[in-house]
Ligand binder design. Sequence first.
Ligand SMILES: Nc1ncnc2c1ncn2[C@@H]1O[C@H](COP(=O)(O)OP(=O)(O)OP(=O)(O)O)[C@@H](O)[C@H]1O
Length: 376
Amino acid sequence: MTCHFPRMDESVQTNMVIKSSSIVEDYEVCWRKSLGTGVSGPVRLCTKRNTGEKYALKCLLDSKKARTEVMLHQRCCPHPNIVQIYDVYCNSVQFPREAVARSRLLVVMELMNGGELFDQIIRERHFTEKKAAAITKQIVSAVFHCHSLNIAHRDLKPENLLLKEKSEDLQNVTIKLADFGFAKEDIGLVTPQFTPYYVAPQVLEAQKQQRLERSGLKTPPATPYTYDKSCDMWSVGVIIYIMLCGYPPFFPETPSKQLTPNMKRKIMAGEYRFPENEWGVVSGVAKNVIQRLLEVDPVKRMTVQQFIHHTWLLGEEAPELALLSPAIMQDKDALNEVMNAHAQQLTVMRTPDTTFQLKPLKSAENPILKKRLKAH
Ligand SMILES: Nc1ncnc2c1ncn2[C@@H]1O[C@H](COP(=O)(O)OP(=O)(O)OP(=O)(O)O)[C@@H](O)[C@H]1O
């Protein structure tokens, strides 16, 4: 028996089908095996009974938000750089330590066996700008597809970029975008949602305006501030920046999981640098791409349509020199601390490979680098 998604939102239409039959009729679920954990709990492994094929299973408490996530994710499928959804069930499930069974959406997705993008970068022995460009090309292809459908992902971050397979060489790996938990059709005003290190300036501005309006210090504008596709482009800029140097463009003076006022100010002023120690080996074209993506004014910021045709993505002129980023990113605790306010809820990541020599860093203002210098 199947039931169709009710029309939750006038702007969201889908032919998506939710099965109300029990998932265990079709799949064997490995409830104890977690592939990774997010705010909605662990993503589990399951096996299709009639084929023996393995999939990932995300369990979401049934709600309007969860249904919107699944609908928008489904609308962006299929695409070679977006994690595919195969089946969705609405079942009543009771987890250990729960007093009663609760209605849940069980989302059967393509299994991404290669883990998260940054874990693989850390393992790379010779990570170059050329490889970073090849990775970016795949990310941009996913974003282009979403934006073409008028859907903004709004939570583009390394944890949501998964690799299809484990591989010795990142250049041969397929990267796919996951987690449409914050995705929205790009229309009108929405509640600011973000992970601090990837938050775009206009989101902070929107938040500020909303605060002023709530406190009565300002009358609401006729045209609302929007949280749109350009936020995704900002996040892409942050991801490229981190790939090329190993630390984020905006960071507080002292490590903090929260978005500090100082960091907020830096984001809104577009205040970041390209320190020579790590950026000396990076091309001017790459820096220019980052500048166009981290542009404070969303109107001037590079769009995905402009970026997809950028020659940097071809990697033809990118230097083959080894970047310092894998070594710097090895201090994953420090990176997560300053990068992601959600880090505590995410999966315990793999132990980094320490078999290769870290390059010495002479001086650093960045807290991640400072911490590394102290530790050595
Ligand atoms: N298709 C998949 N295959 C393998 N692992 C996956 C898959 N989807 C998600 N994971 C793992 O589970 C983690 C959590 O997944 P996801 O980000 O979708 O959950 P969430 O609860 O929405 O998380 P967040 O806290 O980022 O909002 C991912 O970071 C990843 O490690």
